[in-house]
Write a protein that binds this ligand. Structure first.
Ligand code: 9Z3
Length: 308
């Protein structure tokens, strides 16, 4: 199914126009004042029933996207954070992981008042200052999705709105997007029953939307996509193939098991060497996040692209 056929045959999410209005007003607020990045984050689901009891999911906690969003805000960008509902979010991610429940940072003093434990005070203050600053400047907007359909329709609307920024927009596509789905016309209404024995599933292929995104929706934006593999031997080949097929600017390749300490930047230019971004032992020990190295390189690349 090609992208046009997909968008013509699927029923759009019911909140699409409300989301588009919010994004439009956000973009108008920042237009010509600062660069804007769309960060996509988290995994998409593929429902098997219209009244959904079962669904397939794509792996992603949302760490890459949420962490990257913070570094883009630090770099002066306004951020549209398009994320899977309930996945990690910028700033709150520091306190929402199951190992780091925010209640563990609190204590009750002699007067019965709730305070932050002294040893966390400095660290929490740093996060809080940045969070409040983003709120004050209105530089962070959060949009959520659940299904792959929500994601695709919203991505199309948001990128079209961003196209008015021309080269001042960056698209940073870190969400883990399903390659397969059940089209609306083949979807059953009610919970699939097990009385009839095993379930045979046949899924259609999700259209390759990077193609219209780069050529039609936001033709002047700086586009960075991610490639996730589990087999290291095909990562470079697949990343290069993606750049050749879609004609965008950078593919960041990562392997599932090492994604937090190593990524590669692959460029469309044949003569431009692949760039390895890694964390060394010391950085791993002191809690450096790899996004602190990824984002400055992309900001530099985006700035070069803007003056080309
Ligand atoms: C990524 O490769 C992200 O880096 C991760 C981040 C999903 C691995 P976490 O959220 O993980 O920090 O736990 N995202 C892109 C995944 C993807 O579906 N890419 C498609 C592909 O590989 C292309 S758009 O074919």
């Amino acid at each position: 199914m090609d992208p046009q056929e997909y968008f013509e045959s699927q029923i759009p999410p019911s909140n699409l126009s409300e989301v588009s209005e919010r994004v439009d007003s956000f973009v108008n607020n920042h237009f010509k004042k600062r660069k804007i990045v769309l960060v996509t984050s988290g995994g998409t689901t593929v429902p098997l029933e219209n009244q959904t009891v079962r669904f397939l999911d794509n792996f992603s906690a949302g760490t890459r996207g949420a962490t990257s969003a913070e570094f883009f805000l630090d770099a002066g960008y306004a951020v549209i954070f398009l994320h899977r509902q309930f996945s990690l979010q910028p700033y709150s991610r520091h306190y929402s992981h199951s190992k780091n429940c925010f209640l563990d940072y609190m204590k009750i003093n002699e007067k019965g008042e709730v305070h932050v434990e002294q040893k966390w005070n400095l660290n929490m203050k740093e996060v809080l200052v940045k969070y409040q600053n983003a709120k004050k400047l209105g530089t962070l907007i959060m949009i959520d999705f659940v299904t792959v359909k929500d994601y695709l329709f919203t991505l199309r609307s948001v990128t079209k709105i961003l196209s008015k920024l021309k080269k001042d927009a960056m698209l940073y596509l870190a969400a883990a997007v399903s390659d397969f789905f059940v089209p609306d016309k083949k979807m059953v209404e009610h919970k699939i029953q097990s009385d009839d024995g095993p379930l045979d599933l046949r899924l259609d292929k999700v259209p390759k939307i990077l193609s219209p995104l780069v050529k039609e929706w936001a033709p002047n934006s700086f586009v960075v996509s991610f490639k996730l593999e589990t087999d290291e031997s095909i990562l470079v080949k697949k990343s290069k193939k993606s750049l050749k097929t879609y004609g965008h600017h950078i593919v960041i390749g990562n392997i599932l098991t090492t994604r937090k300490k190593q990524v590669i930047f692959v460029y469309p230019e044949e003569d431009k060497p692949i760039l390895e971004v890694t964390l060394n032992e010391e950085e791993l020990k002191n809690g450096t996040e790899i996004e602190s190295k990824i984002i400055p390189k992309l900001v530099e690349g985006h700035n070069m692209f803007r003056i080309e």
